[in-house]
Design a protein around this ligand. Structure first.
Ligand code: NAP
Length: 458
């Protein structure tokens, strides 16, 4: 794939970028490696000062950055602005908490191990490679970079090929904020060049957010090099609505949960599993809400849903829906590619989806929802757990016993009760099954790329 800004609203290529050649990649790895030597010697207080400066730069650049996000991947401008501000908040969170998360942990009774003192400390490990997706071009990167740099690591970013302007901005942000040159570099390289970077002995670990095949490929290479990886992969999150739920509220939140970011969020609710007692009411309200979304130019403040980010992504959705319809699914709204420029797909709700249809198991990465009628909570959990994914989930019920039952019985990285899934700097984020390994955010996230060093003194 060419490294280029191709505006999904028009389908036109706005700017192409020359990939970095081997010499340039090597130079950047060397700088990141050298920067590690400098950064690990700094204090948390110094790094926090630079991190807060980076947050201020993001806020100052927010209008220009939001426009880059919208033009490169089609996110509605109001949501793009919110993404920039969320990033600034995330960086400040780690500026405030990194030292506490990485504080040494002494053993209460060192005599039990024959020592005068013993315990653990967290040490940075070096250069970490981040392979990132286009769907939240800033947030996905900065939720890795903030904790990594606060821990004293340095980073190399291989961003998705369709968001090069965001990648270039991020590649200079931390240097502008005061961090040593090379503390966080962008590599403009195609996916095929990731292997060479990951096998470089100066690169100690990797994180990838993206599709399952990309994750498997990166993990296989890292495994052969005995390097640690964090993988944040796909999801087909269930949104379960039980009979006692506030159905009107659930239906209203469901519209946002499915269609946020033009339906292209790993943690978007994708499968709506509804108790038969409230199925008709929920489906009517949900379908009406989806049909009422304002689809259009993502630079317009009033737009709710813009185009899908890539032509191939739009074609994939079209194929998934066509497959379901050919096998008997019912289109409640949408289900078509609108007759207009750009890579739009009409926000869609499908019912009567059955095993054997692609959408029963596959992730729909765009504004396409499927609804399922279930008779009880066991059936709801069976469908919810019935894909290879296990990222997050949302459960709607006012029965406290039922809330706990779902928390215990869903095989997922997170359960949100009576609310939609979101990522917060304060809460760990990650999945089980094919949705990935490891965690980002909170204390768990910063510790992923640290050496938990045991120290024993006689
Ligand atoms: P993708 O095709 O896997 O791309 C993600 C990144 O991986 C890009 O930088 C891409 O580079 C690179 N890449 C692709 N194949 C690779 C390979 N074989 N080796 C190394 N790098 C490779 O994913 P996407 O289509 O952009 O993103 C959508 C997917 O990401 C969805 O499945 C979504 O659910 C998932 N996602 C997960 C999370 C999470 O936190 N769990 C968050 C956001 C998105 P190129 O662009 O150059 O191909």
């Amino acid at each position: 794939m060419a490294i280029a800004t191709i505006n999904p609203f028009t389908g036109r290529t706005e700017q192409e970028f020359e990939p970095h050649d081997e010499t340039e990649v090597d130079r950047r790895i060397a700088e990141a490696h050298a920067a590690f030597g400098a950064l690990r010697a700094t204090t948390f207080a110094q790094r926090a000062e630079w991190m807060r400066a980076a947050a201020r730069l993001l806020e100052a650049d927010a209008p220009q950055l939001a426009r880059i996000i919208t033009i490169e991947m089609g996110r509605p401008i109001k949501a793009a602005r919110a993404e920039v501000l969320k990033c600034a908040k995330g960086l400040r969170y780690y500026a405030d908490h990194a030292e506490e998360f990485l504080a040494p942990q002494p053993l209460a009774d060192p005599s039990a191990v024959g020592a005068s003192s013993a315990g653990t400390r967290y040490a940075p490990i070096g250069v970490v490679l981040a392979v990132m997706p286009w769907n939240y071009p800033l947030w996905q990167v900065l939720r890795f970079a903030g904790p990594a740099l606060m821990a004293g690591n340095t980073g190399l970013l291989k961003h998705a090929s369709n968001v090069p302007q965001a990648a270039l901005y991020l590649g200079t942000l931390f240097e502008r904020a005061g961090f040593p040159v090379g503390a966080f570099h962008t590599l403009l390289i195609p996916a095929a060049d990731v292997e060479r970077v990951l096998r470089d002995p100066r690169v100690k670990a990797a994180t990838l957010t993206g599709s399952e095949p990309a994750g498997r490929s990166l993990a296989a290479i890292a495994g052969s090099e005995v390097k640690h990886v964090v993988l944040e992969l796909g999801g087909s999150d269930p949104f379960v609505v039980m009979a006692s739920a506030d159905v009107a509220r659930a239906a209203s939140v469901a519209v946002t949960a499915r269609n946020q970011n033009n339906g292209q969020s790993c943690i978007a609710a994708k499968r709506f599993i509804v108790h038969t007692d409230v199925y008709d009411e929920f489906t009517r309200l949900f379908t009406a809400g989806v049909a009422a979304l304002a689809v259009g130019d993502p630079l317009e403040e009033t737009t709710d849903v813009g185009p899908v980010a890539t032509e191939s992504g739009r074609d994939e959705l079209e194929g998934q829906v066509a497959d379901a319809v050919a096998k008997g699914a019912t289109v409640l709204t949408g289900g078509v590619v609108p007759d207009r420029d750009g890579w739009f797909y009409e926000p869609t709700v499908l019912a009567d989806v059955t095993p054997g249809m692609r959408l029963f198991l596959e992730e729909a990465f765009g504004p396409v929802a499927t609804v399922y009628r279930v008779g009880d909570r066991e059936e709801a959990a069976r469908i919810a757990n019935g894909t290879t994914f296990g990222l997050s989930s949302s459960v709607w019920t006012t029965d406290a016993e039922e809330e706990d039952w779902f928390v215990r019985n869903l095989d997922v990285g997170a359960v949100f009760v009576n609310g939609m899934t979101a990522s917060y700097p304060e809460l760990p984020f990650g999945g089980v099954k094919d949705s990935g390994v490891g965690r980002e955010l909170a204390a768990a996230g910063i510790r992923e790329f640290c050496n938990l060093q045991t120290v024993w003194k006689a």
